[in-house]
Design a protein around this ligand. Structure first.
Ligand code: ATP
Length: 241
């Protein structure tokens, strides 16, 4: 695989989206700083210069879009698996794409589609992990955040990137072969909302219920007044009530 490395770039996802036609599954782009790091729905991923991880992996799903649902859950599980192997505890997952440490956001995932016109589907899987963020660097983040610097032994950034790259390739192949079912238990074990009352926002609608985990399609399961319901879609946000 190839690795494209930048000191300074607008967005690693944007770079990979532009170069999709020349890439092979597993190629990766890394940067020390992003001037326009992206989040879901046009939101921003704050990407100060320092020791943080900003990365985007190119992947081609041969079986096309239906498989792509649940992909961000697999990616989050891969990153958590590696962090746990490196001795990190206190990790949590929030559907569909966030990793928390001690209840504060540590890492984000943004999956963007290059094209799904043909049968295969080309994706860019971006992830950002806060390594050691100063209070002033984090000042602009509009929700509680965390980084890995509070740990007794902080993982080495290069080792972490290499291990995540390897784990992602392995898990994405497994996902392509068998779907999400192999990942459901791992996801639910760390899901921060299991059993809690949550509200699910799908503007302009809001649904409240008890969070029951995920199904094999990666949809959220909520026990509502109407019974057990599954919800899926890129526009959904979950909040504790
Ligand atoms: P939410 O976490 O509110 O559900 P989301 O999953 O829709 O949001 P993401 O795309 O994961 O959004 O991330 C964007 C959001 O993450 C930003 O709006 C901001 O609140 C927060 N954020 C931005 N940069 C960072 C960072 N470096 N570390 C932690 N959180 C960040």
């Amino acid at each position: 695989n190839r690795c494209f490395y930048f000191n300074d770039i607008p967005s690693t996802n944007a770079f990979m989206l532009t170069h999709g036609q020349e890439l092979k599954s597993g190629d990766i782009c890394l940067a020390e700083y992003q001037s326009a790091g992206r989040g879901r729905r046009g939101r921003q991923w704050l990407s100060p210069y320092g020791h943080h991880i900003y990365a985007s992996l190119y992947w081609r799903l041969e079986q096309g879009m239906p498989q792509a649902m649940g992909l961000s859950l697999v990616v989050a599980c891969s990153i958590v698996t590696v962090l746990k192997q490196m001795g990190v505890s206190g990790l949590g997952l929030k559907w569909p794409n966030d990793i928390y440490l001690n209840d504060k956001k540590l890492a984000g995932i943004l999956i963007e589609l290059i094209n799904s016109a043909e049968q295969a589907c080309q994706l860019v899987i971006g992830f950002g992990i806060n390594m050691s963020m100063s209070a002033s660097q984090g000042e602009l983040i509009d929700q509680p955040w965390s980084d890995l610097s509070t740990l007794e032994s902080m993982p080495d950034k290069t080792e972490l990137v290499i291990a995540v790259h390897k784990q992602l390739k392995q898990d994405l192949k497994r996902f392509e072969a068998a779907g999400l079912k192999d990942f459901i238990d791992a996801w639910q074990a760390d899901d921060i909302f299991m059993g809690r009352e949550v509200s699910l926002l799908m503007a302009p609608n809001e649904v409240t219920g008890i969070y029951k985990g995920i199904d094999e399609q990666g949809a959220v399961l909520l026990q509502t007044a109407q019974g057990l319901q599954a919800f899926v879609g890129g526009e959904i946000s979950l909040r504790a009530t």
